[in-house]
Design a protein around this ligand. Sequence first.
Ligand SMILES: Cc1cc2nc3c(=O)[nH]c(=O)nc-3n(C[C@H](O)[C@H](O)[C@H](O)COP(=O)(O)O)c2cc1C
Ligand code: SF4
Length: 520
Amino acid sequence: MSYTVYVPADSAALSVGAESVAQALTREAATRGAQVRVVRNGSRGLFWLEPLVEVATPRGRVAYGPVTAEDVPSLFEANFLEGGAHRLHLGLTEDIAYLQRQERHTFARVGITDPLSLEDYAAHGGWNGLKNALELAGKDIVENLIESGLRGRGGAAFPAGIKWRTALAATAEQKYIACNADEGDSGTYSDRMIMEGDPFVLIEGMTIAAIAVGATRGYIYLRSEYPHAEHVLNQAIAKASAGGFLGNDVLGSGKAFHLEVRRGAGAYICGEETAMLESLEGKRGMVRFKPPLPAIEGLFGKPTVINNVITFASVPIIFDKGHAHYRDFGMGRSRGTLPFQLAGNIKHGGLVEKAFGLTLRELLYDYGGGSASGRPIRAVQVGGPLGAFLPESQFDTPLDYEAFAKLGAMIGHGGVVAFDDTVDMARMARYAMEFCSIESCGKCTPCRIGSTRGVEVVERIMRGEQREGNITLLRDLCETMIDGSLCAMGGMTPFPVLSALNHFPEDFGIKAASKPAKAA
Ligand SMILES: Cc1cc2nc3c(=O)[nH]c(=O)nc-3n(C[C@H](O)[C@H](O)[C@H](O)COP(=O)(O)O)c2cc1C
Ligand code: SF4
């Protein structure tokens, strides 16, 4: 009898010992003469249970976790290959509430398939979207995408189809597809999980984009700290090319698309799309003026579709199941699902893909299980280092782009970082300014100089020096940064600063916010 056991090769699982677990399983199986095939899958995104080992049984996959190499002999003793009882036994994976209550569309295959098996990908619906898209004219692909309501998942939530339409309308002998995989936001990892756990879905989404707008070359601009993703992507591209899904003649359509990975330069600003283009061209990552839009004059001055990993990875299912199917999920103008990423002081950190519309409180408590420290959650930063801090009174806000914008907050890339009641929000405000001063590209004064002055002003407030006067100065400075910065780096750093000041004035040594803020 031969058994299949799954041990994630995802970076998060590797960081807590998945490699030694896989080796121990192989060794122990050999010692006992058991026929075991170990598949290195992606992570299911239940990080507190990693390394999560699963075994295929006739009833479905049975999960055990968190497993260490030392647990392996006892797992064999407990007959885990048949789903036997053990203190780490979690039952059927699909019955784990955290997973069962999700709506996994973009992440439908992650953790289930072998990330580098073309056969597995095809057996789980892979390439259906591309095949359907190849039957359509470029303008019809674009119209379908517009109808789906898909908006950019990298931060700005711009409608993906409108961007594609602009690139399609541009006339040029060369067009490009550029995937933004720089994933610099604090507490985010969904791009990495897709790239490591289901790389073909990204390749398929980028190829559909190329076919739609008439691009023949594509680049994945990959965060430099993602060596495992780089390795997986390069292998996946080689396999997809050998299988005829990439190259000079995509699936016999006569259309060409060549894809390469480029390692990022290691700066937060290189995730801003125009700085990313500069970096891709081999220059220092400095922000460009807009217009011209990258969809008209982008990489090497040519029309370029730039989208985030999750945006591209959401495209195949839209062309597989139809735009109406995808659009049916969500609320208002926030259609489809978003893979939220729970991080910070949270008991059950991990990935939760859900339709827009659930509340922050549901995410934090029903999924996250509250804080890891057991203390009350006092503040949550959503949307990365430029996102506002939300106090407990705003936890019932639905996760919807417009509802968050109304609060002066943003959903961004879906990163949710929780802080308990020991957090000092004045220090967090100082940190936001400091982050901007370190990561600013330096092109414009409000951001380059303003953020450094901002650190100094917050420090004076923290020391109690002329508090009222310095708070007025801080607000003025934030207003200047919001109105005068060239990009969202300087333009949005005031969001965490002002939200900290307005919602947690006591941490700044004052009773109430001294003046209504423009943002947050
Ligand atoms: C400072 C800064 C950093 C950014 N970092 C990222 C990033 O790491 N990944 C990303 O996809 N978008 C990032 N963005 C947003 C991009 O500029 C751009 O909006 C996005 O790549 C477009 O893709 P989308 O429409 O699919 O979201 C950043 C923006 C700013 C201002
Ligand atoms: S706001 Fe900051 S990061 Fe953006 S262009 Fe200006 S200096 Fe550069």
